[in-house]
Design a protein around this ligand. Sequence first.
Ligand code: ZN
Length: 143
Amino acid sequence: MNAPVTDLPLPRANQLTQPFWQAAHEHRLVVQRCKACGKMRFYPSGGCEHCGSMDYEWVQCSGRGRIYSWIVVHRNVDPGWQKRTPFVSAIVELADQAHVLVPGLLSEIAPDKVVANLEVEVWFEDMTPDISLPRWRPIARRA
Ligand code: ZN
């Protein structure tokens, strides 16, 4: 009964990334935080890029950030992705700490309306009953 409900390629967790994917499954965005210097980092890695410590913990983020960079994908060699074109693949700088960059699809906005520093929030797309992926969308501005 766990047949994939998507034709898109899916991530495979390993020992290092399993906590990230487990949190995503629970619709929470987590990153590593160094226990020695307190700095967050992403992608997951065994050692701190700032101080070299191997001691870290996973912490939940605010789920907010700003568009740091992006591309608009019009053609993709993967048939599943091709069906979704055009789509925006973005890199988001987390509001929690400067220079912590988390990639993901940007949804709920026309590709030609994307601008640098656009404020976004995370949401999670359930790809299968077990796998959810972080996505980004503009923070709605309500008058
Ligand atoms: Zn550190």
